[in-house]
Design a protein. Structure first.
Length: 109
């Protein structure tokens, strides 16, 4: 007999009806997909009321973003609820890591 099961994939929830065997296989696949958080391009971000959003969305960004900053240097940033959170990496024009900073809730630690 089959069963209903909710599986969360990023911000998408899927309702599956499957046998126990198929449900276990699909669960494993979705676990692997959840481990791979998409990286947002910095060029696709907008700021509203001090928070970063992906263009055309109304949910503050949570996750990694990377690309060229305002000065043309490549950076990798992490956000939580639209604020810088975690490691912020700067790279020089040769692509070598130049410096790292850590942010928590939008504040430099």
């Amino acid at each position: 007999m089959g069963l209903f099961e909710w599986i969360v994939l990023g911000q998408i929830m899927l309702l599956l009806y499957a046998s126990n065997h198929i449900t276990k296989q699909l669960g494993f696949i979705f676990e692997k997909l959840n481990e791979q958080t998409p990286i947002i391009s910095i060029e696709d971000l907008v700021e509203r009321e001090g928070l970063k959003y992906v263009k055309f969305t109304d949910i503050p960004l949570t996750g990694p973003a990377e690309g060229k900053d305002e000065d043309g240097f490549f950076v990798k940033r992490n956000y939580k609820d639209g604020k810088l959170n975690g490691v912020y990496e700067y790279y020089d024009n040769k692509g070598q890591l130049d410096s790292k900073r850590t942010y928590r809730n939008g504040e430099l630690v």
